[in-house]
Design a protein around this ligand. Sequence first.
Ligand code: LHQ
Length: 263
Amino acid sequence: MSEPATLYRSAGGIATITLNRPEKLNAFNGAMHAGFREGLDRAEADASIRAVVFIGAGRAFSSGQDLTEDLPRDRDGKPDLGPPLARDYNPLALRLMAYPKITIAAINGPAVGAAANLALACDIVVAARSAYIQEAFARIALVPDAGGTWLLPRIVGSKRALALALTGDRITADEAMAMGLVYRVFEDASFVDEVASFVGQFAKGPAGAYSLIKQAFARSLDNDFATQLQLEADLQQIAGKADDFAEAVTAFAGKRPAVFTGR
Ligand code: LHQ
C-alpha cells in the first residue's frame, strides 16, 4: 500500500493536516484534495478542536498542482484547467476563508503556485527561516489561481501583488514577513516545536469568540465603516451572551485564569 497523500493528527485541541507526498514536494493531486477535505471535515466536527495546522512532509510545504497528473482535455485535446479549479481548488479556498476554526499554514519549506495561495487563505501564516513563497504561475505561462489575485492585493497592495505575479520571484520567509504575508518566522531546526508552542495558545481558547472574530474580519474589507460598526455590535451581542464571556469576567474578578469551554 502506498502512503496516504495527507495525514491527520489531533492532540490537545489542535488538529494537524500534513501534506504527504514528499517525493513530489507535496504537489496537489486528487488524493491530496480528498484527504484535505476529509481532514477539514473531521476537525470541524470535533468540538475539542480549536485550530487546524497545515504543514508539509519533508523539505517542502507544497509545490502546487501536480504538473505530472493527467489534466482534463477539451474536445480539441487541449488541457482544460477549468474543471480542477471548479471541482477542487475553488471550493477549498472558499472553505478555508469561511472555516469556523482557526487555520494556520505552517510553511516549512517552498510554498509554490496554488499551494502558496491556499496558505494565504488561512488565518495565520508562519514560516521556517529557509522557506519561500513563489507565485510561480507566470513562469509556466499560467495565471495565479486559488484566490491569489484577490488575496495578494489585499495583503501586500496592488502594485507589489502584480509584481509578485508577473515576476514569479521567490520571496524568502523574512521578505514575506516584511510584506505582511507571514506573521512569524521560526528557525528551521526548531520549527515544529515553535509552531506547536505558537498554536498551543489557541488550544484552550474561547472557540466561539474566535469564530465571531473571523466573521468580522471576513467582511471588513468589503463593508463601509458604518456597516462594519453595526456588524461588530451584532457579533459582540452574541459574544456577550456566551458562557465564555461570563467565565472571563468572573475569572478577572477572582484574579485567576479563565477556563473556557467554547460555549
Ligand atoms: C513536482 C512538482 C509539481 C509534480 C516538484 N508537480 N512534481 C495549475 C493547473 C491546474 C489547476 C490548478 O492550479 C494550477 C496552479 C498550480 O499550482 S501550477 C503548479 C505551480 N507549481 C510549479 O510550477 C512548481 C513546479 N516545481 C518547481 O518549480 C520546483 O520543483 C520547485 C521550485 C518547487 C523546487 O525546486 P527544487 O527544490 O530544485 O526541487 P525539484 O525541482 O528537484 O523537485 C523535487 C521533485 O519534486 C522532482 O521530482 P524528481 O522525480 O525529478 O526528483 C520534481 O519533478 C517534483 N515536483 N514540483 N508541481
